[in-house]
Design a binder for this molecule. Structure first.
Ligand code: PGA
Length: 253
C-alpha cells in the first residue's frame, strides 16, 4: 500500500451550520492541488450530507467526529458506521480526549467503536491517544499510551485491505498553543509503532497503519515536523477553521 501523508481537520463543535457550509465551500475552492496527500474534514454530524455535496468535486474527503458501536437498533441519538458510510464518510475519529473526558468514553466503548467501524464499513478509524499533563509530569506517558493502544485494539483483526490511523494527541497540547517538540512527537510515534507491532506484527503496521500528530498544529509549526520519519500527518483543530491556513499546513507537511 502506498502510504500517503494525511491531514485531517477536526472542526469539533466550533461552527454553526451556516458557518460550516461556508467554510466547506472555501475548502472546495482553496484546497485543489494536493495529489501527493490525503486531506479530510470532520464537521459536525448535522452537516455531513450537505458538506459531502459541497466537496464532492474537490480532493477533500469527508470524516466523522464520532460513531456508535452498534450498527442498528434502539439507540436514541446515535449514528452507526454504516450510516456514516452511506453519507460518504471515509474516516471517523474515535476516542478523542474531549469525548473521553466530557462523555466518559472508556476503553471498552472505544474498543467496540473500532470493531464496529471495521466490521460494518470501509471507513478508516482514526483512533486518538494521548497523555494528560499529570501523566507527563509523572513521566508516565509511555505507559499510558501503550495501555490505550492495547485496550483499544485487543482482539482486533485487520483484513489486508483495512487501514487504521492512530492520532497521537497529548492532551496538554490540544487547543493550548503549547506544541510538543517535534522530536518528542517522533519518539512517541516510535513507541506507538512498537506497541502496534506487538499487537499486529511488523508487516501490518508497516502497510496498514499511519501515525499522525495532533495538538496546536498551525501554519508556523507544521514545517518542523516534515523531516521526521514516523509522522504520517496531522489532526488539526483550531487552525483548520481558516481554509488558507489549513492549506498552508497541508503544503508544509
Ligand atoms: P487543536 O486540536 O489543533 O486545536 O489543538 C486538535 C484536536 O483536538 O484534534
Amino acid at each position: 500500500m502506498e502510504k500517503k501523508k494525511i491531514v485531517i481537520a477536526n472542526w469539533k463543535m466550533k461552527l454553526n451550520v451556516k458557518d460550516s457550509l461556508e467554510l466547506a465551500q472555501k475548502y472546495a475552492e482553496t484546497i485543489t492541488e494536493i495529489a501527493d496527500k490525503e486531506v479530510a474534514v470532520c464537521p459536525s454530524e448535522i452537516v455531513l450530507t450537505e458538506i459531502k455535496n459541497i466537496i464532492k468535486d474537490s480532493p477533500v474527503k469527508l470524516g466523522a467526529q464520532n460513531v456508535f458501536w452498534e450498527d442498528a437498533g434502539s439507540y436514541t441519538g446515535e449514528i452507526s458506521a454504516s450510516m456514516l458510510q452511506e453519507v460518504g464518510c471515509e474516516y471517523a475519529i474515535i476516542g478523542h480526549s474531549e469525548r473521553r473526558e466530557n462523555l466518559l468514553e472508556n476503553y471498552e466503548m472505544i474498543h467496540q467503536k473500532i470493531k464496529a467501524i471495521l466490521d460494518h464499513s470501509q471507513i478508516i478509524p482514526v483512533l486518538c491517544v494521548g497523555e494528560s499533563l499529570k501523566d507527563k509530569e509523572l513521566e508516565k506517558q509511555d505507559y499510558v499510551i501503550i495501555e490505550q493502544l492495547q485496550q483499544s485494539f485487543s482482539g482486533v483483526k485487520l483484513l489486508p485491505n483495512q487501514q487504521v490511523i492512530v492520532a497521537y494527541e497529548p492532551i496538554w497540547a490540544i487547543g493550548t498553543g503549547q506544541v510538543i517538540k517535534p522530536q518528542d512527537a517522533e519518539n512517541m510515534h516510535e513507541i506507538i509503532i512498537a506497541a502496534l507491532v506487538d499487537l499486529f506484527g511488523v508487516d501490518i503496521v508497516k502497510n496498514q497503519f499511519r501515525i499522525i500528530y495532533g495538538g496546536s498544529v498551525n501554519n508556523k509549526n507544521a514545517k518542523d515536523f516534515k523531516a521526521l520519519d514516523n509522522i504520517d500527518g496531522f489532526l488539526v483543530g483550531g487552525a483548520s477553521l481558516k481554509a488558507e491556513e489549513f492549506l498552508e499546513i497541508i503544503k508544509a507537511l
